[in-house]
Write a protein that binds this ligand. Structure first.
Ligand SMILES: [Zn+2]
Length: 220
């Protein structure tokens, strides 16, 4: 990461609302299988970007190989500031990454991008139903981050319906991460209050390719 681009506190080039429209359009192209040529990682674009970056959105996605962020939004080099971790969980390094993008580049849209049938969420459900003693400490740190949003659902009446439980747990986990980011630091809270930073939650469907922005989307 090179700290180039707009100076800290500078006016964003693209508002959260405009950035959201660009992502929606890009996902529409991806779903329709009409990817744009401009987004290809061209040599010319690479050379142009060596001088600095101005990503218009930051995306916290899952590491799942089926959800490559630039591809599902049909974006190219320099467009998105992407953070990926299994289960799109929020730990201090993710909060710091979002702060970095917002402060250094004026990025005003942050998307938490979860997806259907997320393995990290399923693993958490399994662990809660049948706790394993020998789980690695590092893996457990991911499960422990997903656990609170899933525990509530398990306590509810969904125990018998496995598919519905996973579906709701995925959404609950996305909401929890988005909320965590919104209140993750004083810096982010201030950017939200004073500078138009918006954190939204979205779910990608592995089957249809559609990204559904369902949490915290600003009203028209
Ligand atoms: Zn996942």
């Amino acid at each position: 990461m090179a700290a180039t681009g707009p100076s800290p506190g500078s006016t964003p080039l693209i508002s959260a609302r405009e950035a959201l429209a660009l992502l929606r359009d890009g996902n529409g192209r991806f779903v329709a299988d009409v990817r744009s040529h401009d987004s290809l990682p061209s040599r010319a674009r690479r050379i142009e970007l060596a001088a600095g970056q101005e990503p218009f959105a930051a995306v916290l996605g899952c590491s799942d190989s089926r959800v490559p962020v630039e591809i599902v939004f049909d974006q190219g080099l320099g467009d998105l500031f992407v953070i990926r971790v299994a289960g799109n969980i929020v730990a201090p390094s993710q909060v710091g990454s979002v702060e970095f993008a917002a402060e250094q580049f004026g990025t005003r849209l942050v998307v938490v991008l979860g997806h259907s049938d997320c393995g990290a969420v399923v693993a958490t459900l399994e662990q809660l139903k049948r706790p394993r003693e020998n789980q690695s400490r590092n893996l457990r740190s991911i499960v422990d981050m997903v656990r609170p949003s899933v525990e509530e659902l398990l306590a509810g009446g969904l125990k018998g319906d496995a598919n519905e439980l996973v579906r709701q747990a995925v959404r609950a986990n996305i909401r929890a991460s988005a909320n965590h980011l919104r209140h993750g630091s004083e810096v982010i809270e201030q950017l939200i209050r004073n500078d138009g930073l918006v954190v939204v939650g979205a779910e990608y469907s592995l089957k249809t390719g559609v990204v559904d922005f369902f949490d915290g989307v600003p009203e028209d």
